[in-house]
Design a protein around this ligand. Structure first.
Ligand SMILES: O=C(O)CCC(=O)C(=O)O
Length: 239
């Protein structure tokens, strides 16, 4: 597989990226009333691109929890290649004290009302939404994508605290594709960190008070690792 991705130190040229939308899906297509009415009736066949969603829960302190479904996405190779190729990845720069620095990863955010880069991303979001609807009471409707080009790419400690997650429990579901990286979690305000492995096709879901009372990060690593993509599904307004 030749993905032709630049390393994190190189300049990212994305002008020539082909970006083919397979079909337009509106928010109404993505999570219809029928989906909600059908909740619980969904069955996963043997040839489904993903398996049955039977995550293992790790309770954390202060009402937070993490669910892990290793290898949930069966069609991980296909989706990884398509997203590497078709997503118009952005290299961002940010003010850090007196300097402007490169954000150490590439990103692309898909809102609820815009076309998403692959129909399987819509399908996966719908499946995760249906599973967590009784807990969350609303669907997951946005897809935030990150591309970590190598071990020097990372995301620093933070909680997703924009929107309802600032004051209320919520759910952020992360699908991982490509190289295995560590998702680290630590209590907000300090404490020992926990490490979750995020491998190709794994789903990790942070729930309860996790975004308010814990922080998460993808630390840099000196190990030689190839690219990893994360697809984060969130409810409306949560970032
Ligand atoms: O890539 C991941 O698994 C985490 C991404 C993340 O925390 C974020 O974009 O807020």
């Amino acid at each position: 597989m030749n993905l032709n991705l630049p390393a994190s130190g190189e300049k990212w040229e994305n002008g020539a990226a082909s970006h083919t939308y397979v079909r337009f899906m509106s928010y109404a297509d993505r999570v219809s009333l029928q989906d909600v009415l059908d909740f619980g009736a969904a069955e996963v066949s043997d040839d489904s691109p993903f398996g049955p969603l039977e995550p293992l829960r790790t309770p954390l302190s202060r009402g937070a929890w993490v669910d892990v479904a290793p290898g949930w996405l069966r069609a991980a190779d296909e989706l990884f290649e398509a997203l590497c190729r078709d997503v118009p990845w952005h290299a961002e720069r940010r003010q850090m004290y007196d300097n402007i620095v490169d954000v150490p990863r590439l990103t692309k955010f898909y809102a609820a009302d815009e076309p998403w880069p692959h129909p399987l991303v819509d399908e996966l979001c719908r499946a995760v939404s249906e599973h967590y609807l009784p807990t969350l009471g609303e669907p997951l409707v946005t897809a935030g994508l990150c591309l970590y080009r190598d071990g020097a790419d990372s995301v620093a400690w933070h909680g997703d605290r924009i929107g309802r997650s600032r004051y209320h429990d919520t759910i952020v579901a992360i699908l991982s594709l490509g190289s295995t990286r560590t998702l680290a979690l630590r209590p907000a305000g300090g404490g020992a960190s926990l490490k979750f492995t995020t491998g190709h096709g794994d789903l990790v879901v942070m729930g309860g008070s996790c975004q308010r009372t814990w922080e998460h990060a993808i630390p840099k690593t000196r190990d030689v690792v190839g690219p990893r993509i994360s697809v984060q599904f969130r409810p409306a307004g949560v970032r």
